[in-house]
Design a protein around this ligand. Sequence first.
Ligand SMILES: Nc1ncnc2c1ncn2[C@@H]1O[C@H](COP(=O)(O)OP(=O)(O)OP(=O)(O)O)[C@@H](O)[C@H]1O
Ligand SMILES: [Mg+2]
Length: 237
Amino acid sequence: MTDTVGSVNLEADSDRTIVTASDVVREYRMSGVPVRALRGVSLSVAEREFIAVMGPSGSGKSTLLHLLGGVDVATSGRVVFLGQDFGRMSVEARARLRLRKVGLVFQRFHLLPMLTALENVELPIAALGVRRAERRDRAASLLARVGLDDRLGHRPGELSGGQRQRVAIARALANEPAVLLADEPTGELDRATSHGVLELFQRLNSEGTTIVVATHDPELAAGASRHVEVVDGRIGS
Ligand SMILES: Nc1ncnc2c1ncn2[C@@H]1O[C@H](COP(=O)(O)OP(=O)(O)OP(=O)(O)O)[C@@H](O)[C@H]1O
Ligand SMILES: [Mg+2]
């Protein structure tokens, strides 16, 4: 099923499931006291979808994105990514799958401050053993794609917030992931720059990239083809 008018020709493709969360609970312990960030969430992401996860601050959006991307594991319930159950994998196997298939843009970027924009984007490509010349080319063309071809040699501290965000997006795309998970990608950006990120996501999505964004930004959400509301650790309607 698809709720996007005019996507009939894509239906065969969009049947492929990238990741499914089933009745997922994530409990943190704070000084022995359990905090339930997610209280039984089920969500399936099909190939080529563009999903906006919305909801109040503290409702569990980042937690959900981290579980979908395998940077964190559920306390109970299952997250199956391209047929593999994250909960049954070793930490190393999960990291390997993530490196190849998950593009994650963290809420706070996590760029390495001592590396240039180009080197930050090269890093995950290097982790797959790609040679220097090839990975430089790939990183440079990704940065060009997000409009930063004139900032390759800048370190994060020498870039604006919006430019840092775009480096983080380029890095997340470095190994052609099956899904781009972006946590508040326009959270710290002005309107014009946010609009640029939305356009970039729509272009990537039309080229076939599956996208899940957690966002408070109504314009970004309006660009998505499906909306999921997380309220107090549960998916609302
Ligand atoms: N590492 C952690 N340890 C303990 N509690 C945590 C941790 N991370 C998140 N939480 C708690 O889990 C709940 C969900 O947090 P989460 O970051 O997923 O919310 P969010 O919807 O992304 O919020 P925001 O919109 O502010 O980014 C919050 O109550 C938060 O305090
Ligand atoms: Mg968050």
